[in-house]
Design a binder for this molecule. Structure first.
Ligand SMILES: [Zn+2]
Length: 344
């Protein structure tokens, strides 16, 4: 039996359809090419001259030299540019902005490690620390309203560079999907007097069957309406609405937790492709965000989604925005919990 489930945070449906796993070609993913390090990887330590000058780095020595732990550079193939004019022009039914914004690459670690289960907890910490630094710096630019923070890994994750990296795209306008989710969370708060996230975590903690791991400040779970097999979400239990609000202790806790969860995913899925996204709420109050902006600390919590990309998307998914997931989230959570137990 399949289930058409609703995700209250994403404000979207998905179809959980375990029968789809029995299709003959289900696991037919192309043979994994070992993604070897090319001789001159521009993101490896020692090749700093191959990237544009760095914007940020964790280091004690001179910029653009070896000796860093994580490093941020402008994306060479920018979707948007900070030098572009900050202007919007409407033309009949069409609306456009000049390509203003920021497009940065976070080089997660100097080591050309292809699997995140091989990272140390310190590497996870440095990665999170660097993203927090960039988020809090860009927040000061009042022209930027939205920051998309995401990691693409592997062919199905749409990655074209094998060295571990994360991207940040900051825009002068918030995506419609983000605005819709924020407004939805605002309405929930007004109706129930508590945040949607607190209500969801309380219900999941009581029900237990989709909880993967808990730490003092975070809960890891397989979302009820997961659109992707083994989709895993991490939510802040504290009143923190994005990565920028975490203190160093929180980052240490999150680093250890993420290493455990991602290692469990590798134990279940082998060398898998994935995306990681951070649900950053709008950064500035303007005409499109004024309805909820002052309420963000009440209505929104930091959420991180790890989305394994095991199957390709088809026309139904593209046309409807509804994903079809062949692995029930309850099953995924139970397998991930087993793997976490095994590692102890
Ligand atoms: Zn490299």
């Amino acid at each position: 039996m399949s289930d058409i489930r609703y995700d209250p945070i994403l404000d979207e449906y998905s179809i959980i359809a375990p029968e789809r796993l029995h299709r003959p070609d289900c696991y037919a993913s192309p043979a994994k090419k070992r993604r070897k390090k090319s001789r001159e990887c521009p993101f490896c330590e020692g090749y700093e001259s191959l990237t544009p000058p760095e914007i940020f780095a964790i280091r004690k020595n001179d910029p653009d030299t070896p000796g860093w732990k994580a490093r941020v550079v402008p994306n060479l193939y920018k979707a948007v540019k900070i030098e572009a004019p900050w202007s919007r022009h409407d033309n009949g039914i069409y609306r456009a902005w000049d390509g203003f914004g920021a497009h940065e690459v976070i080089i997660d670690t100097p080591r050309h490690l292809l699997r995140m289960d091989e990272w140390s907890v310190e590497e996870y910490f440095n990665w999170l620390y660097t993203m927090r630094a960039r988020l809090n710096d860009l927040r000061n630019d009042i022209r930027l309203v939205h920051i998309g923070l995401f990691k693409n890994h592997g062919h199905y994750g749409a990655s074209t560079q094998s060295h571990p990296h994360t991207q940040l795209i900051a825009l002068p306008t918030a995506p419609v999907g983000s605005l819709r989710q924020m407004k939805h969370a605002g309405r929930f708060f007004n109706e129930h007097g508590q945040s949607l996230f607190d209500a969801l975590l309380a219900s999941e903690t009581e029900e237990k069957k989709r909880i993967v791991a808990q730490s003092p400040s975070f809960t890891v779970l397989s979302p009820y309406a997961s659109g992707f097999a083994f989709e895993t979400a991490i939510f802040s239990k504290k009143r923190v609405s994005d990565l920028g609000g975490l203190c160093d202790n929180d980052l240490h806790e999150l680093a250890a937790l993420m290493k455990g969860v991602i290692s469990a995913l590798y134990m279940q899925l082998g060398d898998f492709d994935f995306n990681i996204t951070f649900n950053t709420p709008p950064l500035q109050k303007n005409f499109s965000t004024e309805d909820f902006f002052d309420d963000i600390p009440d209505i929104w919590r930091l959420g991180i989604r790890i989305i394994p990309r095991l199957f390709r998307l088809g026309g139904f998914e593209l046309g409807s925005g509804i994903e079809i997931n062949p692995v029930a989230p309850e099953e995924a959570a139970s397998l991930l919990k087993e793997s976490i137990e095994e590692m102890k």
